[in-house]
Design a protein around this ligand. Structure first.
Ligand SMILES: Nc1ncnc2c1ncn2[C@@H]1O[C@H](COP(=O)(O)OP(=O)(O)OP(=O)(O)O)[C@@H](O)[C@H]1O
Ligand SMILES: [Mg+2]
Length: 578
């Protein structure tokens, strides 16, 4: 490739000498970042944007379902300002629409397709996505544009499942009066450049379009990039490595079966734990007291990525064989308006959403009986909260408010009775996202838990204000950033087979503020770049990256997001995981 000619084509031939002097060739070009461009003397933001857009366009053509085949060269370079960002792209398309359309009057077909597109768009926007284009009977949506959110990939997968659900409800409503509509949905995450006009440059849209083409009718299929970010949250079926047209390396695909009700952790390798001995000691002390019948409530507070969940995991590992029940509840940022959603998610896992209904009810009744609660009284109250249907004739006939009051009381009794039959450690993750009814439940447990062998461990980000007042059996563990020695140890654990210089380790400590999550990410990025001190230059210290704000832009939402060091210059994919 003639770089000089390419620069000329982009109207930026004045940088030819700088490219040559810095030994930038065709192989280096795709890896150039804004920081690199600044360093070689591309001083203006406008020129850097143009170059980045042109580089992205080299890798892939303008995104659209039709233009998915790769082009070696962009014909022209956008003059408009563009933004490079990590994004999850969804393509959704109807199966066999040409044949269906030919069976219907054009007007009827139009209203049927519009009904489906309205439902699909509502599912996308309801989960914080952006419908970029409607392509006949298909739809292209972006998650992470115009605003990046912490869990864009999760939002995209949930939206895809919601679209499939909405379609099947639409078919049910039509009751055979219209042809059945079935869609395929494909998702991919990756770095793209989005122009102000909404044009998207990068591989992700093309790959998502190809993946959608390979999905079975009615299926949601995602790439490994999406699966990596959502592992543990959905039941996913490995479809193996697939060769996608126009994409060099094979891409591993997964079919998303349903939401698992699980937590984010998924299958991952943990960095060896550093520090936190004191905090673990405190938790062990509280557990001892709880086991002896003096229930405890400990709130673990700290900024995103500081290690709250890790502390809970480490504590759990110390419980060993001592008879105990470990219950894990978790609030979801996406379900803050759904009353008691952590209980419902837990219930679905505990009583097996796929089991036959009567077996689930029998399991619940048996559980209640074992801890000394009357199943006839408690099962009808508790069953709806844990996703177990009860026969109509057994459902209590109560006014909604009275019903909710009794259900909450029954939940508290259930937890306390369970703990009296065997000590319970109840980990409640991410209280800052709990819905008000769940907070009522936690308040009741925080107040009454002192009478039972129950240790409640709540985790929360600093903005959380507990609605209950501190009692003598309550304690707070406030996690602080790791110190330099701990960061150095963590970097050593991550880079076991690489000798990183003292300068690099110092740099990681400074740039991550001692937040373990960022230590992990920055060290991995450095290792990918050869582990040299030079790689650090591209990583600016933690900052308020505009593109990482929540969609509302409110200060509170911004704080509640993991504010990463500015890594986007070197690897936008990583940013999407933070
Ligand atoms: N002390 C530690 N030693 C080694 N790794 C750690 C330590 N603390 C946390 N980590 C790692 O850092 C990452 C982030 O930690 P974790 O998920 O526990 O943060 P968090 O405070 O729960 O964040 P959030 O508020 O987003 O839930 C994890 O991969 C975790 O394993
Ligand atoms: Mg956590």
């Amino acid at each position: 490739m003639d770089l000089g000619a390419w620069l000329k084509q982009t109207g930026l031939e004045r940088y030819e000498a700088a490219f040559r002097d810095n030994r930038i060739d065709e192989a280096v070009l795709p890896h150039l970042t804004a920081e690199d461009l600044k360093e070689i003397g591309v001083a203006t933001v406008g020129d850097r944007r143009k170059l980045l857009a042109a580089i992205a366009a080299l890798a892939s053509p303008t995104a659209s379902a039709e233009s998915a085949a790769p082009r070696p060269f962009a014909k022209s370079v956008p003059e408009i300002s563009a933004e490079r960002r990590p994004i999850t792209v969804m393509f959704c398309d109807l199966v066999g629409s040409t044949a269906l359309a030919s069976r219907l009057d054009a007007e009827d077909w139009r209203s049927l397709v519009n009904a489906y597109l309205d439902e699909a768009s509502a599912a996308v926007t309801g989960l914080g996505g952006h419908v970029l284009k409607k392509l006949g009977d298909g739809l292209m949506a972006l998650f992470g544009y115009p605003h990046a959110q912490e869990n864009d990939a999760e939002r995209a997968v949930r939206a895809a499942l919601a679209i499939q659900r909405a379609l099947s409800e639409l078919n049910d409503r039509n009751g055979g009066k219209a042809p059945e509509l079935v869609a395929r949905i494909g998702l991919e995450s990756g770095p793209v450049v989005v122009e102000a006009t909404g044009e998207v440059f990068g591989d992700a849209p093309n790959i998502a379009a190809r993946v959608q083409g390979l999905a079975e009718p009615g299926a949601v299929v995602v790439t490994a990039n999406v699966q990596r970010q959502t592992a543990g949250l959905f039941v996913a079926e490995d479809r193996g490595a697939c060769q996608l047209k126009g994409v060099q390396a094979p891409v591993t695909l997964y079919r998303i079966v349903r939401a698992s009700g699980g937590r984010r952790s998924g299958a991952r390798t943990l960095t060896p734990l550093v520090g936190r001995e004191e905090e673990l000691g405190q938790l062990r002390g509280r557990w001892k007291r709880a086991r002896n019948g003096a229930g405890q409530f400990t709130l673990i507070v700290g900024e995103p990525g500081i290690g709250k969940s890790r502390l809970v995991e480490e504590f759990r590992a110390t419980l060993g064989e001592t008879p105990h029940t470990f219950v894990e509840l978790s609030s979801s940022q996406l379900l803050q308006n759904t009353p008691l959603h952590p209980i419902a998610e837990w219930g679905r896992q505990r009583f097996g959403a796929d089991e036959p209904v009567d077996r689930r009810l029998a399991d619940l009744e048996n559980t209640l009986q074992l801890i000394g609660l009357d199943p006839d009284e408690y099962a009808p109250l508790l069953a709806p909260l844990v996703g177990v249907p009860v026969p109509e004739e057994r459902a209590p006939k109560l006014a909604p408010e009275e019903s909710r009051r009794r259900q909450l009381a029954a939940l508290v009794t259930w937890f306390l009775a369970g703990a009296r039959s065997q000590p319970v450690a109840l980990a409640f993750e991410d209280l800052h996202w709990a819905d008000p009814t769940t907070l009522d439940l936690m308040q009741a447990l925080a107040e009454r838990g002192a009478q039972a062998p129950l240790l409640i461990l709540g985790t929360a980000r600093p903005e959380f204000r507990p609605p209950w007042s501190l009692r003598s059996h309550h304690s707070v563990i406030s996690l602080s950033p790791l110190d330099r020695a701990d960061v150095a140890q963590m970097v050593g654990g991550l880079a076991a087979r690489h000798a990183l210089s003292q300068e690099v380790v110092e740099g990681v400590s400074q740039r991550t503020g001692g937040v373990p999550l960022f230590v992990e990410e920055v060290t991995r990025l450095l290792l990918e770049r050869g582990g040299e001190a030079g790689g650090l230059q591209a990583i600016r210290p933690r900052c308020n990256n505009r593109s990482r704000r929540g969609s509302t832009g409110s200060a509170k939402r911004a704080r509640s997001h993991r504010s990463a060091p500015c890594l986007d210059a070197i690897s936008p994919m990583r940013c999407s995981r933070l």
